[in-house]
Ligand binder design. Structure first.
Ligand code: KIV
Length: 271
């Protein structure tokens, strides 16, 4: 009754916690379709995120705000069909977790229809009540702090967060609060490397950095950035791993190896 389905993801939420305890880096990448998900799985990525970044890199919007729940469920189900080993995580998009009851309904769709094992949501403060409700109903949660793209209008753009003592203390307090609310993992986006290292040391749960320095417990990149497909100026925290390799799987595997060896991100990719 409790045996795992052969094609199901082999990595579990407790496995990610063990990685932190054993100081083994966690490797993650975004994906939005079955083919790239399968290549990421082959390359040995630990978890795949169906990010609401799909609004920008797939749909061509200038922000993640237009992404809908139906689209997240659709892309999650596509990605789930490409995975065998990696854990599947998906974003709750803008306004889809605005109160605990709505968040529970939408998370149930991502787990039930989309096949995901964990949901990610941005913010702290009132969001802690939502994290508490989800985790009490057995939905694993990845929190997301620092540059939270759903807050782009309030933040005034896509900028590094947590600079200066006051902002750094607030961010650290938020990180402890989301952990206390029950989050199983925390994405830190575009925060100074020293602050991310301090937060990582202070938490039991794994931190996953993007533009947050090498001392996070793991790293995540948007797959389009990693494959050099980004239009316009490439963000500082990314690297084109396809340059120098001759296949998509090779590029993702090179990224995974660079994360696991601590070679990526280097100082030039950090703040
Ligand atoms: O939406 C996304 O792809 C993300 C990652 C950049 C962490 O949130």
């Amino acid at each position: 009754m409790y045996s795992t389905v052969a094609s199901g993801p082999a990595l579990t939420v407790p496995d990610l916690h063990d990685r932190k305890r054993r100081a083994e880096k966690i490797v993650s990448i975004t994906s939005y379709d079955a083919s790239l998900a399968a290549r990421s799985d082959e390359a040995g990525v630990d978890f795949v995120l169906v990010g609401d970044s799909l609004g920008m890199v797939v749909q061509g919007h200038s922000s993640t705000l237009p992404v809908t729940m139906d689209q997240m469920v659709y892309h999650s189900a596509c990605v789930a069909r490409g995975l065998r080993r990696a854990l599947l995580v998906a974003d709750l998009p803008f306004m889809s977790f605005r109160d605990p009851a709505i968040a529970l309904t939408n998370a149930a769709r991502l787990l039930g229809e989309g096949g995901v094992a964990m949901v990610k949501l941005e913010g702290a403060g009132w969001v802690c009540e939502v994290i508490d409700a989800l985790t009490r109903h057995e939905v694993p949660v990845c929190a997301h702090l620092g540059l939270t793209p759903q807050s782009v209008h309030r933040l005034g753009g896509y900028r590094v967060q947590g600079k200066g003592n006051v902002a750094a203390e607030r961010l650290k307090a938020d990180a402890l609060a989301v952990q206390d609310a029950g989050a199983d993992m925390l994405v830190l986006e575009c925060v100074p490397a020293a602050l991310a290292a301090d937060i990582t040391r202070s938490l039991r749960i794994p931190t996953i950095g993007i533009g947050a320095g090498v001392d996070c417990d793991g790293q995540i990149l948007v797959v389009h950035d990693l494959l050099g497909m980004t239009s316009g100026k490439r963000p500082r925290f990314t690297r084109d791993f396809l340059a120098g390799t001759n296949s998509v799987v090779g590029a993702i595997a090179a990224y995974a190896a660079a994360v696991r060896s601590g070679e990526f991100p280097a100082a030039e990719h950090s703040y």
